[in-house]
Write a protein that binds this ligand. Structure first.
Ligand SMILES: C[S@@+](CC[C@H](N)C(=O)[O-])C[C@H]1O[C@@H](n2cnc3c(N)ncnc32)[C@H](O)[C@@H]1O
Length: 201
């Protein structure tokens, strides 16, 4: 068994999170304070729910978390934490952005830990991941407040530099982050955009 898996897996169990992936958000939160009290947070690819639970705790009872996933998630909101609204949706659905807009009037943060079902082909997995990143960027572009933040998983590969080029004009700063809890041998990294620049109409 991998040493890292062991450590973060056990830690998640102890901290009562359903997945070890929570520490990929926790690390960036501790370093950059990306989420703040009272915010509205959109969590794309939220199942089994760790990032949403974590965000709900950080932003507290005045905030709201909306979690979206292909898979149904239904964990209770905790006392003193933000309410979490679990949506079972494919992010490629045509009506997702309009429905979120109607209900929420924008978000301070768009998070995405979306990952394709891996196929064994590194190239195919990379292409699927780039499609998910571009869709997450499109959703963020439609729903983020001015100065909002974007934190999004990506599997690196040949199209990754182009995706970063596409992301840069949307934010004041864009960084690529590799949390310690992300396995060293994995091509997974996170695109971290700060200071969303809404285009003037
Ligand atoms: C690594 S898991 C997310 C773990 C989650 N952040 C947590 O901490 O519990 C990736 C998720 O992305 C979701 N996903 C992949 N493609 C999707 C799509 N097209 N629409 C919505 N969710 C998608 C998968 O169903 C899966 O649950």
């Amino acid at each position: 068994m991998r040493k890292e898996k062991d450590y973060y897996f056990q830690k998640a169990k102890k901290d009562k999170y359903p997945a070890r992936s929570v520490y990929k958000l926790d690390e960036v939160q501790k370093k950059y304070r990306i989420l703040k009290s009272g915010q509205r947070v959109l969590d794309l690819g939220c199942h089994p729910g760790s990032w949403s639970l974590y965000a709900a705790q950080v932003i507290g009872s005045k905030g709201n978390v909306v979690g979206v996933d292909l898979q149904e998630t239904d964990l209770p909101s905790q006392k003193g934490h933000a309410e979490i609204h679990w949506l079972c949706y494919d992010v490629y659905s045509d009506d997702l952005i309009e429905n979120l807009k109607k209900e929420w009037h924008g978000f301070h943060a768009v998070l995405s830990d979306m990952a394709p079902r891996t196929t064994g082909s590194q190239y195919a997995d990379h292409q699927h991941s780039m499609r998910l990143v571009r869709r997450a960027m499109e959703i963020a572009g439609a729903l983020l407040h001015e100065n909002g933040i974007f934190y999004c998983k990506a599997f690196q590969g040949e199209d990754f530099p182009e995706v970063i080029r596409e992301c840069k004009p949307l934010f004041q700063t864009v960084k690529v982050v590799k949390p310690d809890s992300s396995r060293k041998e994995s091509r997974e990294v996170f695109i971290f955009g700060r200071g969303f620049k809404r285009k003037k109409k």
